[in-house]
Write a protein that binds this ligand. Structure first.
Ligand code: SIN
Length: 331
């Protein structure tokens, strides 16, 4: 009798162990992709494309959940959350990594890249790829760069020459280089999350901000900013990141398929970014709510001259060889 009961208990234990094992084996891996912009932007569309490709290729094994518009985390918290395993992927602006690496600050230097072709050339060079790995010591893996575009200055008063910015308050991303850039024109920079910018502008708590045509349009900043100076003075690009812990936990075969899907989604996102820079600029012009101030060569040179000393200020942290390499990508 005793032997019979023991056998039954052992059989039950074995079957529940097998059931638990089967459940673990069949549970899909979930990738929570958190970002702060609207879905109808390069980053929003890239994330949704990635979700779609993974669903097609790894159905039942891996699923991607996308959280746009800072629904899950703002950029100031997302990397911390990633290291804690609360989110698996994100694509913060390159300006938002300075707590983790100083080298990526290169992308914030004013007037470093003359156009997006130069940005692309630098990012795909050996030095650009070296920067993608600069977060590894902090437990983060850079999976690829994604474009948004060049930034413009929006404001409540017209900004034609650098002296016009004197004394004004500008919202910036959490970057010391961007702070130095506004100090260089005697303005006051304020580091604030993206999700707060519209209200800060609308309530006139700040006078202006810098952003791409796509973000100015999709977040309606142009509705509360009567002037936009087409300065193209800086870059807003992203790095798609994950945590080393998560990335290495994914089986090799699936990881390869996920990476390929992501590369394709990024290529698609970059096409969207290029198109939006043109289309969203035009939509803002068509709205007639904002005056676009174009800079001729002489006035643009004044902005360059005022802001360029920032390069030297950060040369030590970034590396002169890195800055020289980036600058050469303009040629
Ligand atoms: C983003 O494009 O992800 C946000 C940029 C910003 O914070 O200004």
């Amino acid at each position: 009798m005793f032997r019979k009961i023991t056998t039954l208990v052992a059989a039950a234990a074995l079957s529940s162990l097998l059931a638990a094992g089967a459940a673990v084996a069949s549970d899909p891996i979930t990738i929570k992709f958190s970002h702060v912009v609207a879905e109808n932007t390069a980053k929003g569309k890239m994330a949704n494309k990635f979700k779609e490709l993974v669903a097609e290729r790894l159905a039942g094994k891996v699923e991607v959940e996308v959280f746009p518009n800072s629904q899950l985390f703002g950029d100031n918290k997302v990397l911390e959350a990633m290291l804690l395993g609360d989110v698996q992927m994100s694509a913060p602006a390159l300006s938002k990594f300075s707590r983790y690496t100083k080298q990526l600050q290169i992308f914030d230097l004013p007037f470093l890249f003359k156009d997006m072709a130069a940005v692309e050339k630098f990012q795909s060079s050996d030095k650009g790829i070296e920067l993608l790995t600069s977060l590894q010591k902090k437990g983060l893996v850079g999976l690829g760069y994604l474009h948004n575009g060049l930034k413009q200055l929006s404001s409540s008063t017209p900004l034609r020459v650098p002296a016009d910015a004197k004394g004004l308050k500008f919202r910036i991303m959490s970057s010391d280089v961007l702070a130095a850039q506004f100090h260089a024109v005697k303005a006051t920079p304020l580091k604030k999350p993206f999700s707060e910018v519209f209200t800060l502008l609308q309530t006139k708590a700040i006078d202006g901000q810098e952003n791409t045509w796509s973000n100015i349009y999709s977040k309606k900043f142009f509705e509360v900013q009567p002037y936009i100076t087409e300065s193209n003075h800086g870059l807003l690009d992203y790095m798609v990141v994950t945590s080393k812990e998560f990335w290495t936990s994914v089986p090799d075969a699936e990881r390869e398929i996920i990476k390929k899907a992501l590369d394709e989604a990024i290529a698609f996102g970059n096409e969207v970014a290029a198109q939006k820079s043109v289309d969203d600029r035009q939509k803002i012009i068509d709205s007639k709510r904002t005056e676009i101030i174009e800079l001729d060569d002489a006035t643009r040179s004044q902005w360059v001259e005022a802001m360029k000393p920032v390069w030297e200020e950060f040369e030590k942290e970034i590396g002169k060889d890195m800055i020289d390499a980036a600058y050469k990508s303009n040629m």
